[in-house]
Design a protein. Structure first.
Lengths: 116, 114
């Protein structure tokens, strides 16, 4: 069974600094995809970044980058130059190709607070 | 603009009542999903559907029911059999072919039992 672990219930960062949110995963499937979502206090889920298991390079999207270490089964999200608007819950999620390959399994999330 | 619409935003249910949460998408996505979110928890899958008139149970389907009579619509009924229904419910949709860049989510329905 798939499993996603986010070990940091909460994180604090100063505005304009970088922060790394941890995510480890467990799957026996060689083909899988990893996602990060942001959930502000309003509740909506905002897609941030995607990494496929066969992608050769780490994914980047603006200030977001994914530090993908396949051998360690980790997919940490790095947010550079933090802004006050980055304060939110962040969820790591995974899809593998076994069975229903479009179903996502989510971690429990990390609450990020950006301090001015 | 394309997207997913969930309604209502807030819903109050009395003990023993069934309530239905609406989810409509105009993205022409094949698959639709219902997730439940409790405080301090991640999202847990209730039901999902790949095609019209077909749906599958997720990890926590007990006490819930769904239908998929149209591609655009995937309503969720929270029945009286669900003993602890107070939670935040999120609907999502996605394509099921090709590279997937993630789900599109609705804005959620917050259900409270009174």
């Amino acid at each position: 069974a798939q499993k996603i672990t986010q070990t940091q219930p909460g994180m604090f960062v100063q505005e304009k600094e970088a922060v790394t949110l941890d995510c480890t995963y467990d799957t026996s499937d060689p083909s899988y995809g990893l996602f990060w979502y942001k959930q502000p206090s309003s509740g909506e889920m905002i897609f941030l970044i995607y990494q496929g298991s066969y992608d050769q390079q780490n994914a980047t999207e603006g200030r977001y980058s994914l530090n993908f270490q396949k051998a360690r089964k980790s997919a940490n999200l790095v947010i550079s130059a933090s802004q006050l608007g980055d304060s939110a819950m962040y969820f790591c999620a995974m899809r593998d190709s076994g069975g229903s390959n479009y179903k996502l399994t989510f971690g429990k999330g990390t609450l990020l607070t950006v301090n001015p | 603009d394309g997207g997913i619409t969930q309604s209502p935003k807030y819903l109050f249910r009395k003990e023993g009542q069934n309530v239905t949460l609406s989810c409509e998408q105009n993205l022409n996505h094949d698959a639709m999903y219902w997730y439940r979110q409790d405080p301090g928890q991640g999202l847990r899958l209730i039901y999902y559907s790949q095609i019209v008139n077909d749906f599958q149970k997720g990890d926590i389907a007990e006490g819930y029911s769904v239908s998929r009579e149209k591609k655009e619509s995937f309503p969720l009924t929270v029945t009286s059999a669900q003993k602890n229904p107070t939670a935040f419910y999120l609907c999502a949709s996605s394509m099921i072919r090709g590279r997937i860049y993630g789900y599109t989510f609705g804005s959620g329905t917050r259900l409270t039992v009174v």
